[in-house]
Design a protein around this ligand. Structure first.
Ligand SMILES: Cc1cc2nc3c(=O)[nH]c(=O)nc-3n(C[C@H](O)[C@H](O)[C@H](O)COP(=O)(O)OP(=O)(O)OC[C@H]3O[C@@H](n4cnc5c(N)ncnc54)[C@H](O)[C@@H]3O)c2cc1C
Length: 439
């Protein structure tokens, strides 16, 4: 039996989940006893849920299990910054060409519209078509913004440049010099969204939460071992993000990267009146790769995300969370010196899977085994469309979009630890030193 040694845990206080209006309902049961299913999907994040919904739509008589080690909303899908990004995140036309960017844009929008339809159908709270700012504070990081704007123009993606006082008025802080604003991005409470979309799972899908796969015997048929239970199934889909390597069918393709977030308590009426009068909720990513992501949320909190880490154990210690908390305070107080007395209510960490060339893993390593990973920090939409098209691939449905995904999902080779660890930590330190005040 192939043993799974690194299991996910709750890293810190999960702010989105705790503040999500739909956080208390029980969604699934613990797996106990022996079960047989036609398909088992491991991982109930955006990727796994999307795979399950689409597979059940195409194959209504299939018996499907969707299992997760945690509760839905406790994984990275419920811990992220909540940006549903329509534009390709890492545009490099010299390497991939404009057509590649346009194809990604089409897929990202497809995923956003699919999530929007579910949001409308089930009245899922916390969805805001607010767009997104990519902003720069340091002079040295403004060329990055100009480069981004140039590429958007070249590909025909609409955007606005917002600077100086106009930008300060929109954000409620004069911290940033300039920003590229794009209107197609959506901001959500990701825990509310990922929990909400489980309502689209039909009765043919059984959801097991708090049920970690502890071992696997590859078949046929495949056998998954749980504490006090097992599942036998001819087909397994691994939609487990950075934990995919644990299952023995993916190697030398992904780098698990930890990052951290904090959420303040809601600002008072007086603080809103004094500092954010007329300011609409907004979301901002940095002009520098290692910079800080910030949001002013619908429920009047400030969200801060920064600090990257390579943690081979795939879990964050208390000391790591403490260090991230301190970094978040520094970044928060630099941007909002007038809110120094506003404390963070929640600080947490989460892991996502990076690939060297930013292409995801969409693979069938052997008969009956499918692997999805490498969402590169944009997995809310990427996981949604990859899961959708994985279900179509498994069902023999061909399309232009599926062919694009299969052709482009070729992540390049990455060495094993300790080389991967050394390389990742050096790159993280180097990028952070260059980002300076944009962290
Ligand atoms: C702080 C932070 C900010 C981010 N910001 C954004 C953002 O704004 N927009 C965006 O698109 N992306 C963002 N990301 C990345 C995004 O969260 C991921 O790309 C996305 O969650 C991937 O979805 P997934 O379903 O593939 O994986 P996950 O959400 O990680 O789901 C995989 C699931 O597998 C489960 N699992 C793992 N091992 C086992 C096992 N042995 N047995 C059973 N279950 C198991 C886990 O519990 C987990 O729930 C961010 C990530 C972090 C950490």
């Amino acid at each position: 039996m192939h043993k799974i040694s690194k299991l996910p845990q709750v890293d810190g206080d999960l702010g989105w989940l705790e503040t999500a209006p739909n956080s208390t309902a029980r969604l699934g049961t613990r797996l106990k006893g022996h079960h047989e299913f036609d398909v088992v999907i491991i991982g109930a994040g955006f990727t796994g849920i999307s795979t399950a919904i689409r597979f059940a739509e195409i194959n209504p008589s299939a018996r499907i299990a969707l299992v997760d080690a945690l509760r839905v909303g406790e994984g990275a899908s419920g811990r992220n910054a909540g940006f549903l990004i329509d534009l390709p995140h890492n545009m490099n036309f010299a390497k991939t060409g404009v057509e590649h960017a346009r194809s990604l844009f089409k897929l990202n929008n497809f995923a956003i519209e699919r999530l929007r339809e579910l949001k409308d159908r089930f009245s899922i709270p916390s969805w805001n078509d607010a767009g997104k700012y990519m902003a720069g504070h340091e002079d040295s990081n403004l060329p990055g913004l100009e480069n981004f704007s140039g590429m958007l123009k070249h590909a025909g993606f609409k955007h606005d440049i917002v600077s100086g006082k106009d930008l300060a008025r929109r954000l409620g802080t004069p911290y940033y010099q300039s920003a590229v604003y794009t209107s197609g991005n959506v901001l959500v409470n990701p825990a509310a969204l990922v929990r909400g979309i489980t309502q689209a799972l039909p009765p043919s899908v059984t959801l097991f939460e708090c049920s970690a796969v502890q071992g696997v015997e590859y078949g046929p048929p495949n056998k998954l071992r749980f504490l006090g239970g097992a599942i036998t199934s001819p087909i397994i889909v691994q939609a487990i993000n950075s934990y995919a390597e644990q299952f023995g069918k993916l190697a030398h393709r992904i780098v698990p990267i930890f990052t951290y977030a904090s959420l303040t308590r809601p600002l008072s009426d007086e603080q809103i009146l004094r500092h954010f009068d007329g300011v609409k909720p907004w979301g901002l990513t940095s002009s520098h790769l290692a910079g800080t992501t910030v949001r002013f949320t619908d429920d009047r909190r400030i969200f801060v995300r920064n600090t990257y880490d390579y943690l081979p154990e795939l879990r964050a210690s208390g000391a790591k969370l403490e260090a991230a908390f301190k970094n978040h305070r520094t970044s928060f107080e630099a941007r909002f010196p007038f809110l120094k007395d506003v404390e963070f209510e929640y600080t947490w960490g989460g892991v996502f899977s990076m690939t060297q060339n930013h292409e995801p893993v969409f693979a069938k390593p052997e008969e009956g085994v499918y692997v999805l990973s490498g969402c590169n920090g944009v997995g809310v939409v990427k996981g949604t469309y990859l899961g959708y098209y994985m279900a179509e691939y498994m069902s023999g449905i061909d399309s232009e979009d599926l062919r694009f995904i299969m052709q482009s999902s070729k992540p390049t080779w990455i060495p094993s630890d300790p080389l991967r660890l050394i390389g990742a930590r050096m790159r993280i330190a180097w990028e952070a030193s260059r980002a300076k005040g944009d962290v």
